[in-house]
Ligand binder design. Structure first.
Ligand code: FAD
Length: 307
């Protein structure tokens, strides 16, 4: 079923789950088991992230090094296939501009259609490790709005896929200001995106302000908040660095007070996420998206307490 229809028909807010493909070497059965704890909540669909190939340096005889592009993770399409066949569930593979030409994207769309997949999360992707800025692939797409256009135009615009796109309540790190970023977000919606999933945030006021700004800019599609429970004290500095987001002082103080007590830090992160989720639900969000990072324990507790 298309997410656009799920969003239209759903009478109650629901959890939306995102997993990251595991490293190569995992078996199909292991992957399926890793997702089983979420099935208790009958998720309507599962998002599966996609990742650029990475450079690996190999030492050659003679001591020189050669650079190779390698994929260390199972592909998102393979993961989607495994989940569909094990759980008869809808899946949302993520698709990025980076690393593919327009023709290659077209082939990927044909494969997804062949598999009976009706949904795609369309993203630009980040730069490859070792590059400073995102470099579009020659013959590919520079911005996510171009990818959305291509997906909509696939098979002469016969509406095969419902499309989600990313939004940044605290602004995308490359955008000069939030207003420009929202103008660019609108380009994705005008190109045919059906809904927006946000980057993680830890202060709900930031999300509510963002939705107000989106509405004022003429964006009318559903905006689904993205949450990630903090799990370790290190994430207090890692998450802002990786995702260009703020962590509220109240949360950092609690984490600092927990000191070396890892279990307590984990509990603080989970409790904070539960409070965020309850407040979002009370504010009438259509769904709450969880960045599970493949870890079920904390997410299962949050879902039990909130849904
Ligand atoms: P875009 O919408 O293209 O925006 C990128 C930047 O360019 C922004 O600063 C924007 O303001 C600007 N911009 C956009 N359009 C234009 C335009 N037409 N003209 C000028 N400027 C423009 N990454 C992965 O690699 N794999 C994933 O699976 C993945 N999943 C994600 C899921 C979610 C919900 C989110 C929020 C992000 C995800 N990302 C993923 C990260 C994402 O790829 C990066 O944040 C990336 O840097 C931007 O992607 P985007 O689609 O938002 O880009």
């Amino acid at each position: 079923m298309k997410i656009r229809d799920i969003l239209k028909e759903s009478k109650k807010a629901f959890p939306s789950l995102e997993i990251v493909p595991p490293m190569k070497g995992i078996t199909n059965a292991e992957l399926v088991e890793s997702v089983r704890p979420f099935m208790e909540f009958s998720p309507k669909y599962i998002n599966v992230t996609c990742h650029r190939d990475e450079y690996e340096f190999r030492q050659e005889p003679g001591g020189t090094f050669s650079r190779h592009l390698v994929r260390n993770k199972v592909s998102e399409v393979a993961v989607c296939g495994a989940l569909m066949s094990a759980y008869r569930i809808d899946v949302v593979p993520h698709m990025i501009c980076g690393g593919s030409t327009a023709d290659e994207i077209d082939s990927k769309l044909s494969d997804l259609k062949f598999m009976g997949i009706e949904n795609i999360m369309a993203l630009r992707g980040d730069c490859i490790v070792g590059e400073k800025r995102f470099v579009p692939t020659e013959g590919g797409y520079r911005y996510a709005n171009e990818l959305v256009e291509a997906i909509c135009a696939f098979e002469k615009g016969s509406d095969i896929f419902s499309i989600g796109v990313g939004g940044y309540p605290e602004k995308h790190f490359e955008a000069p200001n939030i207003e420009t970023d929202i103008e660019n977000l609108k380009k994705k919606v005008d190109a045919g995106a059906d809904y927006i999933i946000t980057q993680m945030f830890f202060d709900n006021r930031v999300f509510y302000d963002y939705v107000d700004k989106c509405r004022a800019a003429g964006i009318t599609v559903p905006v689904i908040p993205g949450l990630k429970p903090l799990t370790t004290a290190r994430q207090v500095s890692l998450l802002p660095e990786s995702f260009s987001i703020d962590i509220p002082v109240e949360l950092t103080s609690e984490i600092r007070a927990a000191g070396d007590n890892r279990e307590f830090v984990y509990q603080i992160g989970t409790d904070w996420c539960i409070a965020q989720c309850r407040d979002l639900l009370a504010h009438g969000v259509p769904a709450v998206h969880f960045y599970t990072m493949g870890k079920a324990g904390n997410i299962v507790r949050i879902l039990r307490e909130c849904f």
